[in-house]
Write a protein that binds this ligand. Structure first.
Ligand SMILES: [Zn+2]
Length: 346
């Protein structure tokens, strides 16, 4: 069956499943706690210029997605949603938490106005050292350098990508693939890898939409009812860190955020969603109430013990909610998050 035909068939199945309420979100997820994830929010032209467009939604896509969830759920911050789900696990309108990772300034410019307009609060996870230094996160540095190097020096970039790849992998200079590869490197190795790509790529103008929210902006979000959570100090892949480094990344980031924002910080987000038993212990011992991972899925409304420190999320990529004609589709998204025959839903 052709791809196009398969896509139209999925549309028909998705509509049917929604009509018979098999994938109706509030029914399907009653007694559960879904959490949705966004990263960047960029207007279309800026998203096209960004080397990792899969990490961005446009403001209008964000609004469509939030309105979709607002019809079926009581939407709010992670802390409020965890609390409400625990207190009212069988509510007709289940709680749903809205989260934004990485603290990018586009969240302030483009997500906040949408949230204000539709009256929703969200949680923003902030990598503390990036707010203080303004230096882009390492995955953005690699992605932008690879994109620049590939455009300027395609054959050198192809050779460079192969040179550092494991022997069994045919690595192309594609930003997404090389970021995935770099995630497996220890911090010092990864820093060298980033620097080598930046040397090859040469200087590039940093677009004015790139950067992090300031302490003033974060404080304003916090004061107006949004939640600020920790996304570690340096966006480190925590299971690759020593136990001392984990304690610092988790505990120190909470202390810095609390001192700048003058409020208690209750939520933590593991960079790249990677965690191990040492991370859970550090998150617990540092005084957090809950923590999120990136594994796809929802959670019981009443999370037990350590499970509140590894809450699953639904990553929101607008491409995954589009029908065969490319339009955003309620039926497609409802199917995708329903867990109903997940292999056919995307
Ligand atoms: Zn992140």
């Amino acid at each position: 069956m052709s791809r196009v035909l398969r896509s139209h068939l999925r549309d028909a199945i998705a509509k049917l499943l929604l009509v018979v309420r098999a994938t109706e979100p509030a029914c399907r997820l009653r007694g559960r706690l879904p959490i949705i994830t966004f990263h960047r929010v960029l207007p279309e032209e800026e998203r096209r210029a960004y080397a990792m467009p899969g990490l961005a939604v446009t403001p209008s896509e964000l609004e469509w997605l939030l309105c979709f969830f607002g019809k079926s759920f009581h939407c709010g911050t992670l802390a409020d949603s965890v609390r409400r789900a625990r207190e009212e696990p069988a509510a007709d309108r289940p709680s749903l938490a809205i989260t934004f990772d990485d603290g990018q300034v586009d969240n302030w410019c483009h997500a906040k106005p949408v949230l204000d307009r539709i009256g929703m609060k969200a949680s923003f996870f902030v990598p503390v050292e990036s707010v203080e230094s303004g230096v882009p996160l390492w995955h953005d540095r690699i992605a932008q350098a690879v994109a620049r190097a590939s455009a300027r020096y395609p054959s050198e970039a192809a050779r460079f990508a192969r040179e550092f790849a494991p022997a069994d992998r045919a690595m192309k200079p594609a930003p997404h693939d090389l970021v995935a590869f770099a995630k497996g490197l220890r911090a010092e190795e990864r820093d060298r890898y980033v620097e080598r790509w930046e040397e090859l790529a040469g200087d590039g103008l940093r677009p004015d939409w790139d950067g992090f929210m300031s302490w003033e902006q974060l404080r304003s979000l916090s004061d107006s009812g949004h939640e600020i959570g920790s996304h570690s100090m340096s966006h480190a892949i925590l299971p690759l860190c020593s136990s001392e480094e984990i304690v610092r990344e988790v505990g120190e980031s909470r202390r810095v955020l609390e001192s700048h924002l003058d409020t208690s910080i209750g939520s933590f987000c593991y960079p790249n969603g990677d965690w191990d038993a040492r991370c859970i212990e550090a998150v617990h011992d540092s005084g957090y109430q809950q923590a999120v991972v990136t594994a796809w899925g929802d959670n019981p409304a009443r999370v037990e013990k350590d499970d509140r420190f590894r809450l699953r999320r639904f990553d929101m990529q607008s491409d995954h909610s589009r029908d065969a004609r490319g339009n955003l589709s309620r039926a497609r998204l409802a199917w995708r998050i329903s867990g109903f025959h997940p292999g056919l839903g995307s």
